[in-house]
Design a protein around this ligand. Structure first.
Ligand code: 6PG
Length: 251
């Protein structure tokens, strides 16, 4: 494992090492948050990359205080929860079905008759859970995000007005042209109000987009706009995804 403190990049040999790192961090951050305020809140992503993490978490579930953990989703595809492309469905089958978490601690994106009312219901859930007051935003302790080859993160796609959702906590995204699925996403202001953000990215097909996001100041890609309350997100990469980074960042 190599780290670069300035750029907040950690490069791992493979997805297992990366996922084990996140497991330990999840434990550490959850213990800290629970000691401070009694609960740990996080938003998870779908996609393929976090599946290994969710498997590891399911296998070591006895170490975690699930009754004090609240799980939300960074984004969701607009499909029924039972659908094979549902992010909730994926996390449920790999992780949630295998841990002792109270059902009321799980906050999937509701999938209702239309995508806009689903986004609104998710927003209402966020508002009521975080006791949202005018002018304030939910603050997740941790958000786990992936990055697509086009630089999207959560369901904030290039070319979409992802910076202009500032009045909303969740938004419907017509992903036509980006993906076969319409989606619902946390908006950038909510993502950027979290305590920690870990980007988990693997594979050499992501190497070029990772180079742009980390090394180009103004790539204009959605993932480049992600910050936390305290500063920069942490990039957790495997060697493939880090393959085009300059040597000074890799060392
Ligand atoms: C989704 C996501 C999305 C994902 C990236 C990376 O629902 O697809 O939340 O933002 O994290 O597309 O996906 P992979 O991990 O499959 O590369």
């Amino acid at each position: 494992m190599r780290t670069s403190a300035e750029r907040e990049v950690i490069i791992f040999k493979n997805i297992s090492a990366l996922s084990l790192f996140v497991t330990e961090k999840w434990l550490e951050l959850s213990e800290e948050a629970i000691a401070q305020k009694g609960i740990f809140t996080l938003a998870l992503s779908g996609g393929k990359t976090p599946a290994t993490l969710y498997k590891i978490m399911a296998g070591s579930s006895g170490r975690f205080q699930w009754e004090k953990t609240h799980i939300f989703f960074a984004d969701e595809r607009f499909v029924p929860h039972e659908h094979k492309e549902s992010n909730y469905g994926m996390v449920k089958s790999i992780l949630l079905d295998h841990i002792d978490i109270p059902p009321q601690n799980i906050h999937p994106v509701p999938i209702t008759r239309d995508v806009r009312s689903s986004a609104m219901q998710y927003e209402n859930e966020l508002v009521s859970f975080f006791s949202h007051e005018p002018g304030t935003l939910p603050c997740f302790d941790l958000i786990l995000l992936g990055i697509g080859k086009d630089g999207h993160t959560a369901s904030l796609f290039p070319g979409e007005p992802f910076f202009h959702y500032s009045g909303n906590l969740a938004a419907a995204v017509d992903a036509e042209g980006h993906s076969a699925r319409t989606r619902i996403t946390l908006t950038l202001p909510v993502i950027n109000n979290s305590g920690r953000i870990y980007f988990m990215v693997t594979g050499d097909d992501k190497a070029e987009v990772i180079r742009q996001i980390i090394e180009e100041k103004d790539s204009g890609l959605p993932a480049s706009g992600v910050r936390t309350r305290k500063g920069m997100p942490l990039f957790l990469l495997d060697e493939g995804a880090a393959g085009r980074l300059s040597e000074n960042i890799k060392r």
